[in-house]
Design a binder for this molecule. Sequence first.
Ligand SMILES: *Cc1c(COP(=O)(O)O)cnc(C)c1O
Length: 450
Amino acid sequence: MTEMLTATGGPALPQSRRVVTAIPGPKSQALMARRKAAVADGVGGTMPVFVEHAGGGVVVDVDGNSFIDLASGIAVTTVGISEPRVVSAVQEQAAAFTHTCFMVVPYAGYVEVCEALNRLTPGTHAKKTALFNSGAEAVENAVKVARRHTRRQAVVVFEHAYHGRTNLTMALTAKNAPYKDGFGPFAPEVYRVQTSYPFRDGKDGATAAREALLKIEKEIGATNVAAILIEPIMGEGGFIVPAPGFLPALREFCDANGIVFIADEVQTGIARTGAWFACEHEGVVPDLITIAKGVAGGLPLSAVTGRAEIMDGIHTSGLGGTYGGNPLACAAALAVIETIEADGLLGRATEIEALLRGRLVGIAGEAGGRIADIRGRGAMIAIELVKPGTTEPDPQAVSAVVAHCHANGVLVITAGTYGNVLRFLPPLSISDELLNEAMDILGEGFATLR
Ligand SMILES: *Cc1c(COP(=O)(O)O)cnc(C)c1O
């Protein structure tokens, strides 16, 4: 067991899995009843337990059960929940000032976050950044910037894409239920083309790109396209890593046709894949990058970073928002970036990939052909489940394995257009011991299916 330290240097949460009640325990059950009465049903839920403390690689519930965290609050607490540097930075900032609105009285933290993101994003060109609150808000603003710059309207998105839940980002998102069902009309001038999904399309990157680009040329017209918007690894869509060459071919097409290439790195960015940004694995330099989730250790912050001449195409006050780049969130982001650099977390993400892949190959070997694909990069790894001997998605098997994990103190979440993907997004602060223990429980979960 590794001891964690709190911001004040004292001992914190024991890093161990512990199940001391049925899941959910009595205190969580009481809170679930109050939730049911008070919280709108439309707000989804994965776990029926309520958190009391969390940090390192564990989440401890109000009944004293300690779960191994393989979710990081959906790829947000990459440096760990309540990482000590983040906690003290936020505490100090809260005591100094909580808010002035950057557009009313500016503060250095906002500028420092922009400087850091300009430095860390791919490419040596001049860059500028604007800060917002959520991933969806960053995507909306990136589209605004691209349309203003190109004076064009069409936005190209991909099958299996997820970009958020606001009106424009619902239109950009592929999957109907639960994200879009009954919520139309959706924003116009959004066009969807096929992505590269090696497990299901069996195509190399160049072929998949040629087909997608032909569709863009024939059905939209390259000169009408403001932006091509893509997640370098599809997140909610099931951690789909495009075949090598797919992203570079899109990048080339954008260059040849004056189209803004936007990488939505909301889930893949900020060390998650073992690089600061997932585009780097393919040597692709986007014109604009959207950043959120992992950037501020759990505080709400998002950003659009991109070519200075494109970002500056927007008139004064064309970008902004009351809370965008809130001082607490900026203080947290600076502490996150410092932590990743000081603790060598890019390398840690790569180590986690090796551990998870090794264990998952072993589990797949014993799972009777149910695990058809193991994919992802860094600490962003998923398995796709099918009915043995087919490529037919098996969401029921996913549900059964997830239920086993939850009942036994392992917090896992799902993904995928077909609901048949189990995804692993551990915090980079988790120990190898906890990861191995979680994989033991996962293996047991597959054994229950036989
Ligand atoms: C989560 C996510 C979003 C939306 O972010 P919110 O903060 O939930 O609005 C957008 N794009 C990608 C790739 C995401 O994973």
